[in-house]
Design a protein around this ligand. Structure first.
Ligand SMILES: [Zn+2]
Length: 427
């Protein structure tokens, strides 16, 4: 999800790396057990603990973040890196280069999700994976997604420098197209990994705003696909034992409260809707009020109904937004003959969210009838289930933060990231 660079994102990002380094450095038996159990990072065989080299190369990491930011179609400090463009291909090459330098086994699936694997001493066990994305919406910041990929690679590098051998294999994943910029599909790579058949079907025919198909765009980036290859991206459920994603907060809470670490306990479930009304239109002067069926007013009324139904849920966790409201023909002296709304509704409780959607549907039908406009479309574009973080992973992160005396806050992620789809498809 898009975000501008800010102080909070840097804070969260640096603090996370400290957690990794000090958690492994701590020789407290309980901390060691916890981290070994959940992260698969056993201490070295001689039991001497980590060497003095065991620290994050924060300067090197910052340099990598800046280098990656230079692969951009807009001038610094902004970053624009859209799926399968030249800059995206350069960024992919850069990430694979680091993975190779670290001695990871690099693999790409059919749509370009990139995996760097460090084989553990018990490779039959499910791997622990971590990662995020490096595509960037136009004029975004340099940390969004990137910290979750380069941060993970630095963590691997750190463990390698310290001569650890993981029991479980560790994998860094760079997901394809977390941002919906080009094809209007967010978390495209991880969604497909989650085995969502409707997505595999729609990728066969989707085009961007230049009328370039997904398959042609992928081919131009070096991913020549046969249609059946899309199914090969689907994950097998026993492949991973855990997935962790480091991401900037993209909300104001941590920065406002001065807390460096947020531990995500649940990811709110997003749903998006498209609604169209159609009326007769007409001249703003010639058609008198009783004779009108104004599609614009129907949309306005529905926008207010969305707010009302969201507030009626009684939970602070229910949110709804009409982010797009378009009127046709869009002239001051013309009664709107068509209106188009796009609505985003989220909650950590799937039933509560779906109840809101049902009320929005009823309101749309009611408004259509009252105003004599046609409800020409009411379409649920996606209706993803929410995800809960596994308690054992949350406990491990909390434990590590406590060991380090770092302030943290358990919180709900109201933006969603690739983790939502890893939760759905990998376990
Ligand atoms: Zn992101």
């Amino acid at each position: 999800m898009p975000s501008k660079p800010n102080a909070a994102s840097r804070l969260v990002f640096l603090a996370f790396l400290l957690v990794i380094s000090a958690a492994a450095a701590n020789d407290d038996a309980a901390a060691r057990r916890t981290m070994e159990q959940f992260a698969g990072f056993p201490a070295s065989d001689d039991g001497e603990g980590p060497s003095s080299d065991f620290h994050v190369d924060s300067e090197g990491l910052q340099r990598q973040i800046d280098e990656l930011a230079s692969f951009s179609d807009s001038p610094a400090p902004s970053v624009t890196r859209v799926l399968y463009t030249d800059k995206d291909v350069q960024a992919r090459r850069y990430i694979k280069g680091i993975m190779n330098q670290l001695g990871l086994v690099v693999r790409e699936d059919a749509v370009g999700n990139i995996f760097g694997r460090w084989e553990g001493s018990e490779p039959g066990l499910g791997a622990v994976a971590t990662g995020s994305h490096v595509d960037a919406i136009p004029f975004s910041g340099k940390f969004d997604g990137v910290v979750g990929v380069l941060g993970a690679l630095e963590a691997i590098s750190l463990l390698k420098r310290s001569a650890f051998l993981p029991k479980r294999s560790l994998e860094v994943i760079m997901f394809t197209s977390e941002e919906p910029t080009r094809f209007g599909i967010s978390c495209l790579g991880s969604r497909l990994m989650a085995g969502i058949e409707e997505l595999a079907q729609s990728l066969r025919k989707v085009v961007d705003n230049q009328n370039v198909s997904f398959l042609d765009a992928a081919e131009s980036a070096g991913y020549k696909l046969n249609l059946e290859d899309l199914h090969s991206v689907f994950l097998k459920t026993d492949k991973y034992s855990a997935f962790i994603e480091l991401h900037i907060e993209q909300g104001p809470i941590l920065e406002k409260e001065g807390i460096p670490i947020g531990i995500v306990t649940a990811i709110a479930a997003p749903a998006s809707l498209k609604v169209d009304f159609e009326g007769n239109g007409g001249h703003a002067g010639a058609v008198l009020m009783p004779a009108r069926n104004d599609a614009g007013l129907a949309a306005a009324e529905l926008a207010l109904a969305v707010e009302k139904h969201v507030l009626e849920s009684g939970s602070i966790d229910t949110v709804g937004t009409v982010g797009i409201l378009q009127l046709h023909p869009g002239a001051i002296n013309s009664i709107p003959s068509k209106s188009h709304l796009e609505i985003d509704v989220r909650d950590i409780d799937e039933k509560r969210r779906n109840d809101v959607i049902e009320k929005i549907r009823q309101s749309a039908a009611h408004i259509s009838k009252n105003r004599g406009v046609e409800l020409s479309e009411f379409k649920i574009i996606n209706q993803d289930p929410p995800a809960l973080s596994d308690k054992s992973v949350v406990d491990a992160m909390e434990f590590a933060a406590k060991q380090l005396n770092l302030a943290y806050k358990k919180m709900i992620s109201r933006a969603y990231h690739d983790s939502l789809f890893m939760a759905r498809g990998a376990f």
